[in-house]
Write a protein that binds this ligand. Structure first.
Ligand SMILES: *Cc1c(COP(=O)(O)O)cnc(C)c1O
Length: 362
């Protein structure tokens, strides 16, 4: 088998090795089915079982009540930037958005095509180095919903507690931190996320929607853009990403076996502490981008004194088997994405490497 290196990519991102091995083992023929997951009908008994189990396992991991529906859609989180306002904005046609990074801005761009967007807060003036505080939010009690991005993949910041939004439905883009810890789903009206960061391969978007919201979706919407279509057809109105859903199912079983989301969260905190600890102990050689209380457990962003030094570190790290550390161009520097599947040993090895690099270059 090929040797694997450490994959710090922001997305598509690392998957658990056990999941890759199981998928590989069963790719030729699913046990008891005799055909590959890549070959079977989405309307077959075998796939019925896969989608049902994936749903059940995700619902039990996240403790989702029967007031909600789980959907496996396509078009990425980016299509949800449109589907959310198209379905949920009417009849009020005004919604609150809290801008904490590039993805929130893209969500706003699409919402503006549907109705009025009130920017309840934005930290863009500070290059998105923090999450706004509760008393900074200018929320409209009449808004159709409030939209947040729970983890800002590019800037490395994360909401550690939901904003208080009163009776207004809370909608979130959780693409890069879904399943990283147990959340109280009841605080949300709708949660969506592309699978390719923390849950599975690219090409599936998970949507968790509270059923009462479906009443807002107008029958005049295009069929594929209407949440009701997908609820009524169990995400099988058109051919879904069958392989992607299968892998999400394996990932859900992997998280369950590991001890569920509390165990996952504990591990994620330990990994993040190792890396932020190194940054904080470096005497300013490594400078974290995010303010401490806004730091993401998933994407750790940091800079060095000069771009040349950053380039040198990235080149040497890549040669040593640490891949995908180059930061997004809007922050520069480095970004280590350490999602659920990223091993603690890999974070510890990166930290040894960083200490060594500092000793040689400080
Ligand atoms: C990656 C990402 C997206 C975009 O996801 P696509 O599936 O490519 O549309 C949106 N929001 C967040 C927070 C992301 O990290």
């Amino acid at each position: 088998m090929q040797k694997r290196i450490y994959n710090f990519s922001a997305g598509p991102a690392i998957l658990p090795e056990d999941v890759l091995k199981e998928a590989q083992e069963n790719l030729f023929a699913l046990p008891g089915v005799g055909m590959s997951i890549l070959e079977i009908s989405h309307r077959s008994k075998a796939f019925d079982k896969i989608i049902a189990e994936t749903k059940t396992d995700l619902k039990s991991l996240l403790n989702v009540s029967d007031d909600y529906e789980l959907l496996f859609l396509q078009g990425g989180a980016s299509l949800q930037f449109s589907m959310v306002p198209l379905n949920l904005m009417p009849p009020k046609n005004t919604a609150d958005y809290i801008i904490t990074g590039s993805w929130s801005k893209k969500a706003v761009k699409e919402a503006k095509r549907v109705g009025t967007v009130n920017i309840a807060a934005s930290t863009e003036g500070e290059n998105f180095k923090r999450i706004p505080k509760q008393d900074e939010l200018k929320l409209d009690p009449e808004a159709a919903y409030v939209h947040i991005t729970t983890n800002n993949t590019i800037y490395g910041t994360q909401w550690h507690k939901e904003p208080e939004v009163g009776n207004v439905p809370l909608v979130c883009d959780a693409s890069s931190d879904i399943l990283h810890k147990k959340i109280d789903v009841n605080k949300y009206a709708l949660i969506y996320g592309g699978a390719q960061k923390n849950m599975g391969p690219a090409g599936v978007t998970l949507v968790i929607i509270r059923k009462d919201l479906l009443g807002r979706s107008s029958d005049s919407l295009h069929t594929m853009l209407n949440y009701k279509t997908h609820v009524e057809n169990n995400s099988l109105y058109n051919t879904p990403n069958t392989f992607g859903i299968y892998i999400i199912g394996l990932v859900a079983k992997w998280v369950t076996k590991l001890g569920g989301l509390d165990a996952m969260y504990k591990l994620n905190k330990e990994k993040a502490e190792v890396l932020y600890g190194c940054i904080d102990a470096s005497g300013g050689f490594y400078k974290g981008h995010a303010e401490k209380d806004s730091r993401s457990l998933m994407n750790v962003t940091f800079n060095l004194a000069t771009e040349d030094l950053e380039k040198k570190l990235i080149a040497e790290a890549t040669a040593a088997g640490f891949d995908g550390l180059k930061g997004h161009r809007s922050v520069g520097g480095l970004r280590a994405s350490i999602y659920n599947a990223f091993p603690k040993k890999g974070v510890e090895d990166l930290v040894s490497f960083m200490k060594d690099f500092q000793n040689k270059n400080d």
